[in-house]
Design a protein around this ligand. Structure first.
Ligand SMILES: [Zn+2]
Length: 179
């Protein structure tokens, strides 16, 4: 994907279904970390190249590091969001469970690689074992973007529905913000 937000949109139905078992914030952190690679290359060489961190091994390594050490950062980001927004309708639970951190991180890494592999001709997801990318060109880029946006729309609808029936933890957060 040329822009990380497409990755972030595509997974929202999973968040709507898995709820507290899946950390969207951890998912987002892993996606941003992986895309620091092409962004870094773009800044230095003016070419957004994909290398080690866009392989199964590299992306999984980022997920492992984020799941182990990124929970505090994600919880801090949610707390800032909650404090700044102050709107009960978009308040999120601050605490990220271990399961939610791991599911968000691993899904973030592998879905990122999956989506990117359809469209970037310099990605070698199986490297160093193979330079092939069997997914490249199998799905038109416009279709890929449409699927991501449609998926995001469905997921946001699902989350909006769930917010109308918030869990007890979310209710507690909402009460805290209202004070
Ligand atoms: Zn990428």
């Amino acid at each position: 994907m040329p822009f990380t937000p497409f990755h972030l949109l595509a997974i929202t139905p999973v968040k709507a279904l898995a709820q507290r078992k899946f950390s969207w914030t951890m998912f987002a952190l892993v996606n941003v970390l992986i895309d620091l690679e092409p962004i870094g290359f773009l800044l230095i060489t003016l070419s957004p190249e994909h290398h080690f961190f866009h392989t199964i091994i590299g992306a999984t390594l980022i997920a492992l590091l984020a799941a182990n050490y990124g929970r505090g950062l994600c919880e801090g980001a949610i707390k800032i969001w909650n404090d700044e927004i102050k709107s009960p309708s978009v308040i999120s639970e601050t605490k990220i469970s271990k399961l939610a951190a791991w599911s968000g991180a691993m899904t973030g890494a592998w879905s990122h690689l999956l989506l990117d592999s359809f469209m970037h001709d310099d990605i070698k997801p199986l490297s160093p074992f193979s330079d092939s990318n069997p997914l490249l060109g199998t799905l038109p880029i416009a279709t890929l973007h449409t699927v991501c946006v449609a998926s995001g729309f469905l997921g946001l609808l699902g989350m909006a529905f769930l917010k109308a029936k918030p869990s007890s933890a979310i209710k507690a957060n909402q009460r805290r913000v209202k004070k």
